[in-house]
Write a new protein. Structure first.
Length: 261
């Protein structure tokens, strides 16, 4: 059995509370492993700890306890930005609010191409521009979009720009925090197809936080269920979603709205 590409042990996060000598626990110590090429969906109610978990895995927040390893290498969230270039090279991330994550002063071409420049992946300007155009086409945007600015696009289009930036440097791991929530049904289907294609062609590893059970069913091999900062259930998607063991998982699935005939 090969070593996991993502491995976390005893990973926890607490924050100081307003009252002296008190703390708030956002994530109780948790263990998680993700194999290379695997697609893991993380589900749970708002405030369940999903986003805290993925931020710790990415080294975007400091863990209060535990360790994270990516491809066997320890992630030190206290390290300098430069010393974490290896991690940024291996990972791409798409957040829920595309507009907040896109600099309104920059053109789309500069936004999407920024990882190539910042990580020193493609120093040649012409080659960077060609890669930007290629990835914009992958997410369904015209090459002319590179010369425009984020405010000129709809919310769904901005999310596609954010996805293009996340995959432009060809990462091995893509992490999404509700990455498809701003997309309409047609565009969502196209992006799901793109992600499946990337997995097939590049063995891309996916970690997806989503409230959309349909996305998890269509894209993920494994599902992790979180509640109150704890992982309460995990397993193959079909097994957990169709025969959940935990009462919380059953309540969560029962709360999903359906269209009655």
């Amino acid at each position: 059995m090969t070593d996991p590409i993502i491995s976390a042990s005893g990973l926890g996060r607490t924050y100081p509370a307003p009252r002296p000598k008190r703390t708030t626990t956002a994530l109780h110590p948790a263990d998680i492993e993700v194999a290379a090429g695997e697609s893991v969906g993380i589900i749970g109610e708002s405030g369940s700890g999903k986003s805290t978990l993925v931020r710790l895995l990415l080294g975007l927040d400091r863990a209060s306890s535990g360790t994270v390893e990516i491809a066997g290498r320890r992630v030190d969230s206290r390290a300098s930005a430069r010393s974490l270039h290896w991690l940024r090279r291996m990972t791409g991330v798409v957040f829920q609010d595309p507009y907040a994550s896109l600099d309104p002063r920059m053109s789309v071409g500069r936004i999407v191409g920024e990882p190539l420049w910042a990580l020193g992946i493609e120093p040649d300007h012409a080659a960077r521009l060609e890669r930007v155009r290629e990835v914009l086409a992958q997410v369904g945007l015209d090459a002319e979009a590179a010369d425009r600015h984020p405010h000129e696009f709809s919310g769904g289009q901005r999310q596609r720009i954010a996805l293009a930036r996340a995959i432009v440097h060809r990462p091995e791991i893509l992490v999404g925090d509700e990455p498809l929530s701003a997309l309409d049904v047609t565009v969502r289907a196209r992006i799901l197809d793109l992600l499946r294609q990337l997995r097939t062609e590049t063995n891309l590893t996916l970690v997806m936080v989503s409230h959309d059970i349909g996305v998890v069913q269509n894209l993920c091999d494994t599902v992790v269920v979180m509640s109150d900062g704890r992982i309460v259930e995990r397993g193959p998607v079909a097994e957990v979603l169709h025969s959940p063991r935990e009462d919380y998982t059953r309540r969560l699935l029962a709360a999903i709205p359906t269209l009655e005939a």
